[in-house]
Ligand binder design. Structure first.
Ligand code: OSB
Ligand code: MG
Length: 370
């Protein structure tokens, strides 16, 4: 196959309510989409980069720029030798920029699979038709507000709750949620690197609550620090930000820093690298689950396909469209019995709804081979 043109779209998608983490509070999700036009058909992908380099070093305009200046020209230059498996090796020379790389690889993969009539789920080796859904709950202004939100999500049927934490919003909110909703609630926390090696005693206090895991308590680069913390506390350490490749996953596991892994395809450079992380984790008896970056339907569909692989034994952040959006960019994903159906159609299995996408689009540009 051959890449003929790429449309880069920027969307501003309003959220139902503010989403606050240890690194930001947002009311609008700014999204970059990659729409690939190939000789065998089109493909779609949502780039995981945030507007600001606050979750990782990547950000919206940076991703668009590196795509236009360096990544897309090399993919165009493959000519008829293009296929999704060739994208990562071709772009390997460019350091980092995994979210940008993931976006072009995924758009090409979507086009390739649509043309072949194969779903992303079957391409990845998925074994489940539906996946259990968890929900990520932001930092709130009050405990009342927190309990109201958690109660609402549980009433909708979500099977596990993840609380965002930061210094000053950790022990008490977790205690309240545990005491209010009982010992059977699947409960975990995510610090997005908000703590340091000086906070180990504070983090150890969270052992009181029988949490499934604590996600990324300290710096992305501090894998050894996570290993030290894992040896010091009972709560399993789950890495998110730190795991940027299958090689890093292997090392973190060997060091004892990753007792569980959150796989986010955007963070690691795409679905093919995600499958490698899945495989290295399964080989080492490390449970994995699928994280998210507030994806709209295009990205959510692809994440559900990944989450349907056999090693994904914990509920992911693959919640329903209605968790974040009044109106999603595709047919909405809905929660039924705490689960979400994995798309079965070719490629990612969903199509953007043009009128809705247009209403969210703030800019659009075409990139072509020189
Ligand atoms: O750390 O998992 C994270 C959202 C944006 C950036 C980072 C994270 C998150 C979430 C929500 O926790 C995931 C989602 O619901 O898509
Ligand atoms: Mg996280």
């Amino acid at each position: 196959m051959k890449l003929e043109a790429v449309e880069l779209l920027r969307l501003n998608v309003p959220l139902k309510g503010a989403f606050r983490t240890s690194f930001s509070s947002i009311n609008t999700h700014q999204v970059l989409w990659v729409h690939a036009i190939t000789d065998v058909g089109e493909g779609w992908a949502e780039c995981g980069a945030n507007e600001r380099p606050d979750y990782s070093s990547e950000f919206h305009h940076g991703a668009a720029t590196v795509l236009k200046e360096f990544l897309l020209p090399d993919v165009f230059a493959l000519g008829d030798d293009l296929n999704a498996e060739a994208v990562a090796p071709t772009l390997h020379w460019a350091k980092g920029h995994r979210m940008a790389k993931a976006a072009i690889e995924t758009a090409v993969l979507d086009a390739q699979l649509r043309a072949a009539g194969v779903s992303l789920a079957s391409y990845l080796g998925a074994t489940k038709a539906r996946v259990p859904a968890g929900v990520s709950v932001g930092i709130m202004n009050s405990f009342d507000e927190l309990l109201t939100h958690v109660e609402g999500y549980l009433a909708e049927g979500y099977l596990r709750i993840k609380l965002k934490i930061e210094p000053g919003w950790d022990y008490e909110p977790v205690r309240l949620v545990r005491e209010t909703f009982g010992d059977d609630l699947l409960l975990q926390v995510d610090a997005n690197t908000a703590y340091t090696r000086d906070d180990f005693d504070l983090l150890k206090r969270l052992d009181d609550f029988n949490l499934l895991l604590i996600e990324q308590p300290i710096e992305e680069e501090d894998i050894l620090g996570h290993a030290k913390l894992a040896a010091y506390i009972e709560t399993p350490i789950c890495l998110d930000e730190s795991i940027v490749s299958a090689d890093i996953a292997r090392d973190a596991i060997e060091l004892g820093a990753a007792e569980i892994i959150n796989i986010k395809p955007s963070r690691v450079g795409g679905y093919i690298e995600s499958r490698k992380i899945h495989d290295v984790s399964v080989a080492n008896n490390i449970p994995v689950w699928c994280g998210g970056m507030l994806e709209t339907g295009i990205g959510r569909a692809a994440n559900l396909a990944l989450a349907a692989m056999p090693g994904f034994t914990l509920p992911g952040d693959t919640s329903a469209s209605s968790r974040y959006f009044e109106v999603d960019t595709t047919e909405p994903f809905v929660l039924r019995d705490g689960h979400i159906d994995v798309p079965t159609g070719p490629g990612i299995g969903v199509d953007p709804i043009r009128e809705i996408v247009d209403s969210y689009t703030v800019s659009q540009e075409w990139v072509r081979a020189l």
